[in-house]
Structure formats: C-alpha cells, structure tokens
Write a protein of this length. Structure first.
Ligand code: NDP
Ligand code: OXD
Length: 318
C-alpha cells in the first residue's frame, strides 16, 4: 500500500520535495513515494496526492482508492477523461482560505484607496490628493460563496463595504445579500462596483467574464467605472474582452491572478496595461504543512472506516 505524490505545475509555486518530506514524516501507516523519481509497483498505489498530474497517469493504478487534490480547484483533474472513478477530495483548509482572503482584501482596498494612482504620484514627486470615499459607499460583489468566497465576503463586510454574493444554489450568509443562479446574475452585477471572482472553472462558468458581463456591472458607483478581481481560474475570463473593456472604459481596472495560459506570455498586452494589476497565480498557495496535515487526517479517518470530507461532485465539476 503506497501514497504516491505527483506534483507538477509549470510556472507555479510548486516544488515536490517539501511534500514528500512532510508526508513521510506525518504518515506512519502508509509508505510514501514521489513520482517520477520513485517507481512503486502500480498495484501498490492506493492513494495519490496530486497537483496537475499528467493526463492518463492516474488510470494506470488498478487499486487506487482515493485521489487527493493538493489544491482547491479540480478543473485540471476533471478535464482528464481517463480519471479513475474513485473519490476525488479537494483542499478545504483555513490556511488556504485565509491566504485568499488576504489577497482579496489587499486588492479590493488597493482599488478602493486608489493606491496605484498614489504610487504613480510618488514616482512623479506629486502631492496628489484624490477624494477618499468611505468603504460603505462601495458595493463589492463576490462571485462564488464557497470555502473561499464566504470568508472574503465576511471580512469585506466587516470592513464596512456593502457586500453581495452570487452562487449556484441559494445561500444564506449573515451580512451578505445573496443572489443565486443565472436568473439573478443581472441584478447582482447591476449593484456591483468591485467584482471579486471566486467561482470554479466548469462548463457553466467557462468564459463567463466576457464583454456582456462587464457591460452589466454598475456604472453609477463612486469608483467611476467598475473593477474586476479574478483569482478563480483563467478559463473564466475572455482576455481580449478584458483588454477591450479597459481600453473603452467599460472597466476602470482589473486585478488578475489567473490566466488562460500560465505563465502569462511576455507579449500579452495585459502585462503592460496601465489599468491592469497582474499577479502570478499566487493568491493562495497550498502550504505543504497545512495541506499535508489535512490529507493525512483524511487517510487516517478513511482507514478507520470513516467518510471522506470535501469530496468533489464530478457531475457539477467542483
Ligand atoms: P467551492 O467549491 O467551495 O465554492 C465554489 C462556489 O462557486 C460555490 O458557492 C458555488 O455555488 C459557486 N459556483 C460554482 N458554479 C457556479 C455557477 N455555475 N454559478 C454560480 N455559482 C457557482 O470553491 P472554493 O471557494 O474553495 O474555490 C473557488 C475557486 O478558487 C477554485 O475552484 C479555484 O479555481 C480557485 N482558487 C484559486 C487559487 C489561486 O491561488 N488563485 C487558490 C485556490 C483556489 P454553490 O455554493 O451553490 O455550490
Ligand atoms: C488551487 C490553486 O486551486 O492554487 O488551490 O489554484
């Protein structure tokens, strides 16, 4: 019986060795192997802990019982038609949630407090004093009220922003105006000055951040034009539409952590767009300590015959 670790992710902050060390230290009952260095017998692999494994690889382990994804998003895994039909468990740990909330709050505040304008003024040695509006004048809309979106929405509401959230099924979150489904999307967008995107990439959400959606955002807010912050997945966004919307004023600014192609190619116009803030898919890194503890606890519980937590619904895609 073996736990095989398969960690890839070109251009992301993934390095395999810390995962092996941590799993080997914590998991006493199951031997740990690291793909592709170690070559355990395929029949011995009972668990895998993975980030973007090569498509087809997991189907070569005939006795696989559980796939543990080492991140929250499972889009890359469920896109593999050969993925074995065994439980797929995603990460849901407060360490990851808090990292994402830091990112969201940082970038909401950056746009709200016009920090990029102040940075430019400093470089030009200008005593520029833009109007300083209250958080209570700004409407933030969080797309996705899951593990990550709920916490970001809650902290933003406690900072005083008017916060609404949008999800697939109706949610109730104290202090947050909750909208659900495509029918309620227009009303959610129409009251949103800063849109924070934390939905998973699924067939339903692919390309949802497009010209039509941008035109539906509020145009009467204190920022002058709406702002989009996407830390979900690059496949949610139509990048040509983002550039066009920034150029014609439909959007005032964007913060993007995720892209259709990662790393973002050097020639991409978003790199140098004056209204774009670009980060390298590092809004919320999976910490080997926190995530290993979570996976080990799940394996131990599973071995005792207890149910797995946070199992992905393959039909929904998240
Ligand atoms: P969850 O699965 O916990 O929550 C997803 C939320 O999105 C739920 O509220 C869900 O609705 C909603 N949703 C899904 N599909 C739709 C739809 N078609 N229409 C409306 N709402 C929808 O995910 P997490 O919060 O844990 O993570 C969200 C995403 O963040 C991940 O999938 C991943 O892509 C991304 N991520 C990015 C990171 C980064 O560093 N940039 C790090 C970690 C995650 P409902 O509540 O009804 O189910
Ligand atoms: C994740 C990510 O999904 O890091 O966890 O993108």
């Amino acid at each position: 019986m073996t736990l095989l670790i398969v960690v890839q992710g070109a251009g992301e902050n993934w390095s395999a060795e810390p995962w092996r060390q941590r799993f080997a230290a914590r998991l006493k009952s199951v031997p740990v192997a690291l793909w592709p260095k170690d070559t355990p017998a395929p029949e011995s692999v009972r668990y895998v802990a993975v980030w973007k494994p090569p498509p087809g690889l997991l189907g070569t382990f005939p006795n696989l019982e559980v796939i543990f994804n080492l991140g929250a998003g499972v889009d890359a895994l469920v896109a593999d038609a050969t993925l074995p039909d065994v439980p797929l468990v995603r990460v849901a740990v407060s360490d990851l949630t808090k990292r994402m909330t830091e990112y969201v709050v940082l970038h909401v505040l950056m746009h709200h407090r016009q920090q990029r304008r102040l940075d430019a003024a400093q470089r030009a040695k200008q005593w520029d004093t833009p109007d300083q509006r209250a958080a209570s004048a700004v409407r933030v809309g969080v797309m996705g009220l899951g593990e990550l979106g709920r916490d970001s929405a809650d902290v933003l509401a406690r900072l005083g922003f008017q916060v609404a959230g949008w999800s697939r099924s109706k949610r109730e979150v104290p202090g947050i105006d909750c909208y659900a489904g495509m029918d309620e999307l227009p009303a959610f967008l129409a009251r949103t000055d800063i849109l924070v995107v934390l939905v998973p990439l699924t067939p339903e959400t692919n390309g949802i951040l497009n010209a039509s959606l941008f035109r539906q955002l509020a145009r009467n807010g204190p920022l002058g034009a709406p702002v989009v912050i996407n830390a979900g997945r690059g496949g949610l966004q139509v990048e040509d539409d983002i550039v066009a919307a920034l150029n014609d004023g439909t959007l005032g600014a964007v913060t993007l952590d995720v892209f259709n192609t990662e790393p973002l190619p050097a020639e991409h116009p978003l790199w140098s767009h004056p209204k774009a803030t670009i980060t390298p898919h590092n809004a919320a890194d999976s910490d080997p300590e926190a995530v290993t503890d979570y996976v080990v606890a799940q394996i131990e519980a599973f071995e005792r015959g207890e149910p797995l937590q946070n199992v992905v619904d393959r039909v929904r895609g998240y």
